[in-house]
Design a protein around this ligand. Sequence first.
Ligand SMILES: [Mg+2]
Length: 296
Amino acid sequence: MKLLSDFDGVWTYPDEEGVAHGAELDTALAGLVGEGERAQVLDWLAAARRAVRAEPTRWGWVSAGRLSAFADEDPFTEHGALLHYLHDQRERDPLARRLASAAEAHGTSLDSFGGRCHVAGVQKVEARRGPGITAASAAAGRQLLAGGVEIVVVSNSGTEKLDRWFRHASVPASVHPERAERSLRLRGSARKFGLAPGAGESIAVGGMRVDVARPDYAKVLNEEHPDAVVGDVFSLDLALPLALKRRDVAWRRTRLFWLVHPYTPARMRREIAALPDGEVEAVEGGLAAVATRLLA
Ligand SMILES: [Mg+2]
């Protein structure tokens, strides 16, 4: 039994990290203008966040010019959506144009500007609170390993952070496959968000459409061919596995666990609850509840 697992929102509850990432991004954008204009920029950003929250399926984390995750899927996606909005407004709003151009100085993309704010925000939280793996998920991880489940953690975070956080939580983890017996295997920098250039390819999930042209994640999925996948962001973690499950008989028995948290959007809970039985298992109670189901 092999479980392919997301990291943030499965092993952690990333509310503090999400807030810190957002604060870091707002501060960095406000820092692109002179002292006298900062209040105006902060007002603009607050209005932009309201616009993004009001239309979470219009704005989101963008890759190759298309939505890779919706604005409201976890505590981080709104910050990607803010940059999407900034980019969109640059043609019609002089302040947006100035901010976007300044953020892109020295060859930086808006995405990497946002990525740096994410890392800086998470580092500040870690310095204050320590690593964020929850006691409940660490216990569930040890229980799964003891039950003989092979676990591969596939995250956009770097392996250095993953390794440090699992070590802190006393969950055996290794980036080296040959040493991964009875320990988690870590695959960082997985770029699950990365979409292929072009028109994309989407699947219908109730009334939603989610892009599944994710070449980096497809490579990982095909290499690992897991029996189960767990994640908290449906678009990033589960849409492509669901597409495989629908179209390829070799994936039909793969179980898809979608962790539902207080931050999970109600609109997505409704859509996913209405899917045919057995396509996606919406799970409350975190990784512990997944362990119970897998080891049953
Ligand atoms: Mg996640």
